[in-house]
Every structure is written in C-alpha cells, then in structure tokens.
Design a protein around this ligand. Structure first.
Ligand code: PMP
Length: 310
C-alpha cells in the first residue's frame, strides 16, 4: 500500500518537530515569560473594552489602531508595522516570502530553533556561524559569510535566546551596509536590554525587526507579535499573513498594554533587570560557576566540570 508519508518532503521527514518538554519545576523558567503576570490594570481595562465590543463581528482586517500605537511606541511609522499572531507567525511569514529552493538563510547558533526549522521546511539552506568563545556574536565571521555566501536573509536574535548576547548598533550597521539580502533582528527580549536597533530602520530598507508581547509585555497566552520594517518590505511580508490573524481580544489587550506600558509594565521589566544583575554578581561569587553577562530575562551559567577521582 502507498505510504502517504512518502509525499512529505524528505527534508521535512528528516526534521524533529519543534517541541517543548512539559515543565515540572516549582518556578517556571522554561519560556522566559514575565514572572509577575499581567498587571491587574491591563487585565481590567481589556475586559472592560471587550465587554462593550460586538463579538459576532470579525476583528479589523488590518488592526490599524494597534499599528498606530505600536508605531508611536517603537518610534517608527504605522505603514511599516505588521502585527501578528505571535512573532512566530511573522518569522514564518517573512521566510515564506523570501525562502525556497536555492535560497540561503544565515543564522548564528546556538539560537532560537524556529529560524532553522522554518527555513528547512520551506526548502532553503541554513548557513550557520557559531557564536564566539564568550557566547557573543562573531561579527567578523558573519561579515565574511555575508560577503562569501550572499545569503538572501540573515536572522540574528538580539538579545539572543539562549545566551543573552546583543549585537551593537555599530556592528549591525556594518552588516546592513554589506548585506545584499534582508537582515532580520529578532528583538523578542529588547525591553530587558534597554536598547533597540529600531532607529536604524530609517537608514536601512533591508532591516526588519521582530518583537513580541509574550515576554516583557506579559501576554504570552494571547499571542501577539509585530514586525517593523520599511513600508514596502512590510507590505510584502503581509501577503503571507492570514486574514484576521489577530483576534479581537488579543488586539485589544495589546493596545491596552502599550498604553499602560510605562505605568504598569516597565516597573516589572526594571525588577527583572535588577534581579538579573544581582544574580549575576552573586553567581560570580560561587566557586566553579561562571555566569555569562545577559541583556535578556535569562542567563547562561557555565560551570567547571569537577571529576571526582575514583
Ligand atoms: N523569538 C524568540 C527569540 C523567542 O524566544 C520566542 C519565544 N520563545 C519567540 C520569538 C516567539 O514569540 P511569540 O510568542 O511572539 O511567537
């Protein structure tokens, strides 16, 4: 009998599905969410607005009000914003409109697994430059790869999941100037770094920035992410996004979170950053442990392997 699985692309058969082990710890750390939960004021205002809304009606085709608020929040233009059902959707959409057989995507590993996964499913080739010995970006090696292999897309996660390293504006500008392809910076954790590469959008039409409401914004359960790019590039990526991708509840909650960010969410981000720095100092004082500086809400800790003699 014919095996239907023979019709699946061999490169997909060769992949392991992107999964997450169920967490069993007393403190949940495995998805880098906001540990303090959504502020009561954000929850209450979202419920109030949803109570007045007609649920039988579709959400906005283009969530224009949210795009306007995100543009103001990010210091960018509303026609260069695309909101998505989590930033995962926008990673997928961007790769869908750029990647196929013969296309190359440059990444720096270890990093968020989805870039490799989606590129492979779409038939593209992944080029990987390892992080350097200190778990930072090897900018010279990335520049070399960009010049030698001319990737269609380069994706860097900054701050990087799982190492917390960040690419500086100066380093990124060197990559953007040399790159013939699109350069994507995944800023899922930018709030914890106190910096953003968004100001470079003005000068670099080949830059796209992804962000999420799942980490600092404390809305992982509602699935909202957004992309910032030149309007022409944003328009092309939108073509791979499904209509009504963002449901009315998530749209509303995201608008409220942006409106109340300074009053309600920024203080929780500041607490995370203060704790991260305290923990970094404390861990340095423990023999055999070497914490790695992080710009995110997680941290790698290296340990010296001690072999007990037998
Ligand atoms: N990018 C990075 C680097 C992430 O770590 C995550 C979540 N683990 C995402 C994107 C996905 O975010 P979202 O929940 O918005 O799809």
């Amino acid at each position: 009998m014919a095996n239907p699985l023979d019709r699946i692309k061999p490169r997909v058969r060769g992949l392991k599905a992107y999964t997450l082990k169920p967490d069993r710890g007393a403190v949940k750390l495995n998805q880098n969410e906001n540990p303090w939960g959504v502020p009561e004021a954000v929850r209450a205002e979202t419920l109030r607005r949803m109570g007045r809304r007609e649920w039988a009606r579709y959400p906005d085709f283009v969530p224009a009000a949210l795009h306007e608020k995100l543009a103001a929040f990010a210091g960018w233009r509303a026609d260069g914003v695309v909101a998505g059902n989590g930033s995962n959707e926008l990673i997928q959409a961007t790769l869908m409109v750029t990647v196929g057989e013969g296309k190359r995507v440059l990444i720096s590993e270890p990093t968020f697994a989805l870039y490799r996964q989606v590129t492979t499913v779409l038939g593209g080739e992944v080029l990987s430059v390892p992080l350097d010995g200190a778990l930072g970006f090897d900018v010279e090696a990335l520049l070399e790869a960009i010049e030698r292999d001319e990737p269609d897309v380069t994706i860097l996660c900054s701050p990087n999941n799982p190492t917390g390293c960040r690419i500086s504006e100066e380093e990124l500008e060197r990559l953007l100037t040399r790159a013939g392809g699109i350069v994507v910076i995944d800023e899922a954790y930018f709030e914890f770094s106190g910096r953003t590469v968004a100001p470079l959008l003005e000068r670099h039409p080949n830059l796209a920035v992804f962000r999420t409401f799942s980490k600092a914004m404390a809305l992982a359960g509602l699935r909202v992410g957004y992309l910032l790019a030149a309007p022409e590039l944003a328009r092309e990526v939108s073509k791979a996004v499904l209509p009504y991708n963002l449901n009315a509840f998530s749209q509303t909650a995201a608008e409220v979170a942006v409106e109340l960010y300074d009053a309600e969410l920024r203080p929780t981000v500041e607490r995370v950053v203060a704790e991260r720095e305290r923990l970094f100092t404390e861990l340095q004082n423990i023999g055999g442990l070497a914490p790695v500086r992080s710009c995110a809400n997680f941290m790698v800790v290296r340990r010296r392997r001690t072999c007990a003699s037998v």
